[in-house]
Design a protein around this ligand. Sequence first.
Ligand SMILES: [Zn+2]
Length: 322
Amino acid sequence: MRKKNIVELVLLVLLVVLVSCNKQTATEERPSFNSDSAYAYIEGQMAFGPRVPNSKAHNDCAVWLIQQLRAKGAKVELQRGQMPDYRGNMQQIYNIIAHFSTPEIANRPRILLGAHYDTRPWCDEEADYADRYYNVPGANDGASGVGVLMEIGRQLGQRIADSTLRTPVDIVLFDVEDMGTPRFYTGMEREDTWCLGSQLWAKNNTLPYRFGIVLDMVGAPDASFPRELYSTQYAQNYQQQIWRAAEKLGYGALFSQQQSYPITDDHYYVNYIAGIPCVDIIHYDISNGTGFASWWHTRNDDMSNISRSTLQAVGEVVMSQL
Ligand SMILES: [Zn+2]
């Protein structure tokens, strides 16, 4: 009896120690992500000027992003193609596809992370008529999602280096997302004029993916990410999983349970054409008439609307899924 009691006591103490250790690691272990690095990658893109397709700034920025991704250990390809724009003119597209994998895991289903690196040629949400032909600077609309993904690329490169990468991850930087029909265009409106790069990618993809996440406008200090409706329709389980992870990490206010309207973003074509369940994390402002923030498609989409703490939250949430 006595001996058994001692054994039981020892087991109990062990159990308590184990449980408390587990608890400690559960609360201490946050996904690794450095928002300073993401911020620097947004500044890096902004330094080129607006990344409007066919401009030198756009092409130079693409070259820089490719070099940076290669330096992190990714195998990078440039996907070229053409798609008709809002006037029916063929538009050159350069998607940047960065594969993070190792020979041991290469055949496993992959995870897709996407963001667009082009910026809108027109500030067609400006109140002043004369301002509409300026290019959007694109700190949030474009650069923020890419900035977060570039830092995630750095994290993935480290996982490759220390052999801890378990799932192959592809970072796709989509081109020509933001050349959809301008508000001032008076001609016949064509369908599918947004997201030309992701349409091209989705039509040509042959790789198996478990799911995807698209980031768009993920840097504002007052951001809110309600649950976007196409993501709910096509990828509800993954959306729930991501929003639950956000809540667990303490970002429940940012990733609200509010259901938003459907938004035609790159994830739509990944779902609709490629058949890959894909979730959009996008800043949506229901209180505003356009549905988006006040700086959206205006000259104010600049670094003053970028916050490290929002980037940190989004980065940790995405990293928790990899
Ligand atoms: Zn846009």
